[in-house]
Design a binder for this molecule. Structure first.
Ligand SMILES: Cc1cc2nc3c(=O)[nH]c(=O)nc-3n(C[C@H](O)[C@H](O)[C@H](O)COP(=O)(O)OP(=O)(O)OC[C@H]3O[C@@H](n4cnc5c(N)ncnc54)[C@H](O)[C@@H]3O)c2cc1C
Length: 297
């Protein structure tokens, strides 16, 4: 990280949360000479997790925010997959559920028919989903979340961040300035002209601003993720499947894999319906979406 920026504006905003969103916002404010401080509850910036795949819209947005943000992404991005036209492929769709193959609709011999063609098995290719107009947008692909965050941190001076600051409340300043006062779990406070909430899906800021009605709702799905050294992945499933993006469709769940870390690692994420949809409040709100998206294959 560099040195303290020479901010010249008569106001100062607070960014709550130093994840990918908070840090990209910070880079943007810095280049527009807008004074800010990032309050992060953790002891340091750090991203747990595995791979994140960015599509063309996200990469274009990075460039619009700041070429430095896109350069940080390009630094970690996995170049391209393996196979014909691999750089324009978003995902190869494949068979991913044995039940489809046999008991439910299959022929009983581990194969089934798809679009009039017989003999499909687990892992077989169904279709390919491509990015369109990629040449105008530029490279897309997966990154390791921690590595991308590290690159973003390098774009910011250390003086803009305060660690160990868990926001617990926001009140209005009593000095008639109209400022917000942030209250932290360690008993300290900070006064700012405005508060920009980037504190993630469980955001306490959202709750403070909008109330508990706007808390996130569990969709009934959960995800397991893992990283496999690419050499091992290639040995097990072969070069083409390991080194380009795959989605294996199953009943009430799917499995995604794509290369990250310049192809040194295969990122895997399986998403499963955790509880029966009919028991969920969200089902009453969005029944059609969930039915078409998940319950049918
Ligand atoms: C398995 C998995 C796979 C994913 N894959 C993709 C993908 O392929 N493509 C994609 O676009 N997205 C993907 N996502 C989603 C993406 O990772 C998140 O949307 C993104 O990381 C959210 O960033 P954020 O900065 O908004 O929030 P977070 O990363 O959650 O950061 C919030 C920050 O706020 C801090 N904080 C929280 N509470 C407080 C508080 N009270 N006070 C101060 N600080 C606080 C936290 O410590 C944290 O640093 C995936 C997510 C998961 C779980």
């Amino acid at each position: 990280m560099g040195s303290t920026p020479p901010f010249s504006k008569p106001f100062n905003v607070a960014i709550v949360g130093g994840g990918i969103t908070g840090l990209i916002l910070a880079v943007s404010l810095l280049q527009h000479d807008i004074p800010f401080t990032v309050y992060e509850s953790a002891a340091q910036f750090g991203e747990i997790g595995a791979g994140v795949g960015f599509g063309p819209n996200a990469v274009k947005t990075m460039d619009l925010i700041s070429p430095k943000v896109k350069a940080a992404y390009n630094h970690c991005r996995t170049d391209k997959g393996v196979g014909k036209d691999s750089d324009s492929v978003w995902f190869h769709a494949r068979v991913g559920d044995k039940r489809k193959v046999t008991a439910e609709g299959g022929s009983g011999d581990d194969t089934f028919a798809y679009k009039g063609e017989k003999g499909f098995r687990i892992g077989d290719h169904l279709s390919v989903v491509r990015y369109s107009g990629l040449s105008q947008i530029g490279p897309v692909g997966g990154v390791h979340r921690a590595h991308y965050l590290d690159q973003l941190v390098k774009l910011l001076p250390p003086s803009v961040a305060r660690f160990g600051k868990r926001l617990v409340n926001i009140t209005e300043a009593v000095d008639a300035s109209g400022d917000a006062v942030l209250h932290f779990a360690d008993g300290t406070t900070a006064q700012h002209t405005a508060v920009l909430a980037c504190d993630g899906v469980k955001s306490p800021s959202r709750r403070l601003l909008l109330g508990p009605d706007y808390d996130p709702v569990f969709s009934g799905k959960c995800a397991y993720r893992g990283l496999v050294p690419m050499e091992q992945a290639r040995e097990i499933i072969g070069d083409e499947k390991a080194m380009s993006s795959q989605i294996y469709f199953g009943y009430h769940g799917h499995l995604l894999t794509f290369p990250i870390e310049q192809g040194r690692t295969m990122n895997g994420m399986s998403s499963l319906a955790y509880i029966h949809y009919s028991t969920l409040p969200v089902m009453r709100k969005y029944p059609v979406y969930l039915l078409t998206n998940e319950i049918q294959w």
